[in-house]
Unconditional design. Sequence first.
Length: 494
Amino acid sequence: MSELDWQFAHSYRTLPPRFYASAVCAGFPNPHVLVFNTPLAHELGLLADGADFDPQTHADVLCGNRFPAQAHAIAQAYAGHQFGHFAVLGDGRATLIGEQRTPNGTLADVQLKGNGRTPYSRRGDGKAALAPMLREYLISEAMHALGIPTTRSLAVVRTGERVYRPHWPDGAVLVRTAQSHIRVGTFQFAALGGEVSDVRALADYTLARHFPDLTPEAQASPYCALLHAVVARQARLTALWQWAGFVHGVMNTDNSAISGETLDYGPCAFLDNYHPDTVFSSIDHHGRYRYANQAPMAQWNMARLAETLLPLLDADEHRALAQAYAAVNGFMPAFEQHYRTKMAQRLGFADNEQAHWHLVECLLHLMMRHRADYTNTFARLTLAQSGNRNTRLDGTDALFAADDFAAWHQAWQQALQGCPPDTVAERMRTANPAVIPRNAHVETALAAAEQGDMQPFHDLLAVLQQPFRHGDETCRVYQHVPAQDEPYRTFCGT
Ligand SMILES: Nc1ncnc2c1ncn2[C@@H]1O[C@H](COP(=O)(O)OP(=O)(O)OP(=O)(O)O)[C@@H](O)[C@H]1O
């Protein structure tokens, strides 16, 4: 039976000691591995291809009861603006056990989430409940399959103890991997002590780890280049969220990853019917992180990052500010470019010229007016364009029967004239997912898992791992849109 081949680096520990604290092993009574991501283990170099592996024999390591011999477990310090209010935070329920050297030469953080208290836990228990950890596994893997940069999920381990939450649910640990867990909030933490040398140390570390082409050795203005590079990644990420109809729900600066990966799957969810004001988080009373506000909020987070870098940008305050403004102001044009291109592809266009974008805008407006389902509308158009004209999908009937939609459809088909139909259909099939992790289906799978039945979870996961299989019968079950009482707001726990 194979072992997991941990090849750890501990580069984060080269930062000044105030950036982290040592973490200790957990003592869970009866850990049981519920789900293990074998393909990801291969990608990370943890398992050889074809290896005979039983994750159960690694339950103690995967839940944090025992650290691998090569581990130097730490909790990372960070700060963050949470719903606009600044707080000093840190991993209160997470432990970085090491940075795995992957076969392609990069480092990937291996972090346990929910494995108990750390020096940053404040009054929290450091634990996590089963359903939210399985939810993070499911949605992060769905995001990955959709081509959206994200932290990944290696395993979920039920710990064998109950945690103090409503209904005393089972406790669990998620094993999460990431290009890194450096956050905008990590830079805010670095700047907090007032030592420019701390910000410089973190910036240099970030450059070396994520942007090796931009290091001080390679660039005249490495810190300005770093800011531009992070802005570019965040702009692309946010555009992909908008394209997919993903509402992150808690875009605090401590959840904004410098790597440009989606981080923290607490109150997130995907749109059912299209409406720009959709909010899923029950604590987001003013809609700060509503669907339509995600790009401005991501840009706001970039401004917070820029503030921390000001002393490194230029000795002259005005010149530093000018550089910061220029970088942060680059967010919206980059976002628009990515978003419009992806949305034009949804309608089969290769480019996002104004006339094509106008068609997208008009369709979104019609979808809002007719309360049409976002994903299913594009999936139905895709099937129709592929010659499958009679396929009806939930949440699209009112739209497709409307006169204003017929006029739009005619204009769209006219715009497509001259484009090879097969190319258009193929472009649409790859730009429009057939399935997304709809809240209702996710909740059903999690409820079954809480009762000890993991089959619905695995069935849903299998479909989400191949989201572009239009017309597939298995997909159809998950294209069903259950009736909603609340039109635009859904509540989901974290
Ligand atoms: N049960 C808990 N015990 C201790 N600290 C906690 C607990 N739950 C959350 N925290 C801490 O509260 C802060 C905000 O929590 P949030 O839910 O945004 O993060 P998270 O989901 O725990 O972690 P991440 O952002 O890494 O996914 C973080 O510093 C987190 O570590």
